[in-house]
Design a protein. Structure first.
Length: 380
């Protein structure tokens, strides 16, 4: 599993994270899932074996129930996972039981730590913006939590670009802890974040966590013009946003076509698309049972590597023939051709495995070899 850093921060996370909204099953969350401790523990085993080391939860999920179950399932292996939780939503009847005030954030953090059976959070996220509380108050509360060792990093969720920028500016102005990531709804259906939020993230070094990358299951390939699954939360709940179903069906048609050509599922293609968009560091996946949600964590890059190979192979064959012919007149051309072909062969498995450090070097070597081929042919 590829590891990525959130923006310019030092926080390293797996490319995929395990989303926990399906855990607990209390009240309305029961329509999304009802995983208990035993099932959650086994899912964490599968995640760990697959290299998925990031868990995304929130105090509001099953009204604290998801955190309680995750905390119990993490006993004895807390250090193996990057733990992310969120606060803002109403957790009680009082006026300070909601929002991003100093009082609520500190109380919410301490309550989450207790439920999760840990003494620190790797990443603490404000679940949505609070228009009633000054951003400086929120950031100072976060800063104190970091200084106390209860929180390592902070982030935001479902903010507009101007709200994120305002918070970043306040952090810089006052010397306070800075958001390292933002959670956004991002999929082939929901692409509004590409206008301002993603450019902001790239410019300011803020990572992106994409939630609902399959848009509540609409991009799994199970929802077609003439078919609909009998078991789905969409049978009882609405998908995020306003849905143009004809557009959804057209997108799924293309996903099915691409998946059939690559030997993968439509869901794998859709997830690969989000995972490899600029600025995206992590994609959140949920599960209703003990099977890892599609795709296998390596599938995203494998699809692109397969596509890269299929596009490169014909060129390589033509280039090889050219090298053989040109080698009769230029040893440099022959050497350059073999360098280029060798570098391409090395590059593809590096690309598929997600290894970043050497890919640029190998790509540069391949371009040098290509230049050695072309130069004598053009300027002989």
């Amino acid at each position: 599993m590829e590891q990525r850093r959130f923006g310019d921060s030092g926080l390293s996370v797996s490319a995929f994270s395990f989303g926990t909204m399906t855990i607990g099953g209390r009240d309305r969350f029961g329509k999304m899932g009802n995983l208990g401790v035993a099932e959650t523990s086994r899912i964490l085993d599968v995640c760990r074996d697959a290299g998925v080391n990031t868990i995304d939860t929130a105090d509001i999920y099953s009204f604290g129930g998801a955190e309680e179950i995750v905390g119990e399932a993490l006993v004895g292996r807390r250090q193996d996972f990057v733990l992310v939780t969120k606060a803002y939503m109403r957790m009680g009847p009082g006026p300070s039981d909601i929002g991003l005030s100093r009082q609520h954030l500190i109380q919410a953090c301490e309550a989450s730590l207790k439920r999760l059976r840990t003494d620190y959070l790797d990443l603490y996220i404000c679940h949505q913006p609070d228009s009633l509380v000054a951003i400086d108050e929120t950031l100072r509360a976060y800063d104190d939590l970091v200084k106390q060792g209860k929180v390592r990093y902070i982030g935001c969720s479902n903010h507009a670009a101007w709200q994120v920028m305002k918070a970043l500016a306040a952090s810089d102005r006052n010397g306070l802890v800075r958001y390292v990531c933002q959670q956004v709804n991002y999929s082939l259906i929901a692409r509004d974040v590409e206008h301002e939020i993603v450019p902001l993230a790239l410019d300011q070094g803020v990572g992106v966590m994409a939630w609902s990358p399959l848009h509540a299951g609409l991009l799994t390939g199970k929802f077609r013009r003439d078919a609909r699954p009998t078991v789905s939360r969409l049978n009882e709940l609405d998908a995020p946003g306003t849905i143009d179903y004809e557009r959804v069906y057209r997108i799924v048609d293309v996903l099915v076509e691409i998946g059939r050509a690559r030997g993968v599922s439509p869901a794998q293609v859709a997830l690969n698309w989000v995972l490899n968009k600029p600025g995206v560091d992590n994609v959140i996946l949920g599960a209703r049972d003990e099977k890892l949600p599609e795709p296998n964590p390596m599938t995203g890059r494998t699809i692109r590597a397969q596509a890269n190979f299929q596009e490169t192979f014909p060129i390589a064959v033509v280039a090889l023939l050219g090298v053989v012919i040109a080698s009769r007149t230029s040893q440099w051309t022959a050497l350059g051709g073999w360098i280029w072909l060798g570098a391409r062969v090395v590059y593809l498995p590096l690309y598929a495995s997600g290894v970043r450090g050497y890919r640029t070097i190998v790509w540069t070597i391949s371009m040098v070899g290509l230049g050695m081929v072309i130069w004598p042919l053009l300027f002989g």
